[in-house]
Design a protein. Structure first.
Length: 175
């Protein structure tokens, strides 16, 4: 066994990434405080060839030094857009036929391992603030909630880790 070289990995250039057909998934970040978490989510979104990352509220957005530090170039490849509120982003997503799901522990949420998506369905997933999660008013605008099963005593997962888990499950179902 050996690590693959950069040439063997055959990575896309930024222009090739931008021109590639994307997974029809948009990430919405609602009032995420940490620019480092935003950069990490951008990097994951690049890895899975996602449509876009929407930042909302006081979430930092590119160009930003701390985002660039963790994004490692994904702040240049992944399409981003900033909205004053999650509500504005959700209205636009729904107008473009996206099914909008919050990632939150809520009454009636669907466990991630039991979530079923339609073939080719356009999805948007909303991740909330590191401490308070997705705002209640935002939950009311969503079409449902996905919940990551948790078995320990802590009932929260870092947003960038949670995004990696959720996004992998959504992409895996389309491969």
């Amino acid at each position: 066994m050996r690590k693959l070289s950069m040439e063997e990995l055959n990575r896309k250039s930024v222009s090739e990434f931008r021109e590639s057909e994307k997974m029809p998934i948009v990430v919405v970040l609602e009032n995420v405080r940490s620019a480092y978490n935003v950069g990490s989510v951008l990097r994951t979104s690049d890895a899975f060839l996602l449509e876009a990352v929407y930042t909302t509220g006081y979430t930092p957005y590119p160009p930003h030094k701390q985002i660039a530090k963790t994004a490692l170039g994904a702040d240049e490849s992944v399409r981003t857009r900033h909205f004053a509120s999650a509500a504005e982003a959700i209205v636009e997503l729904k107008a473009n036929n996206y099914r909008v799901l919050a990632v939150e522990q809520a009454a009636g949420s669907i466990l991630l391992n039991r979530f079923e998506q339609g073939a080719g369905e356009k999805l948007a997933v909303v991740f909330g603030n590191e401490v308070s999660g997705v705002e209640e008013a935002t939950l009311l605008l969503c079409d449902g909630c996905i919940e990551i099963p948790q078995l320990g005593i802590k009932h929260s997962i870092n947003i960038s880790v949670a995004a990696g888990m959720v996004l992998w499950e959504l992409v895996r179902g389309r491969m």
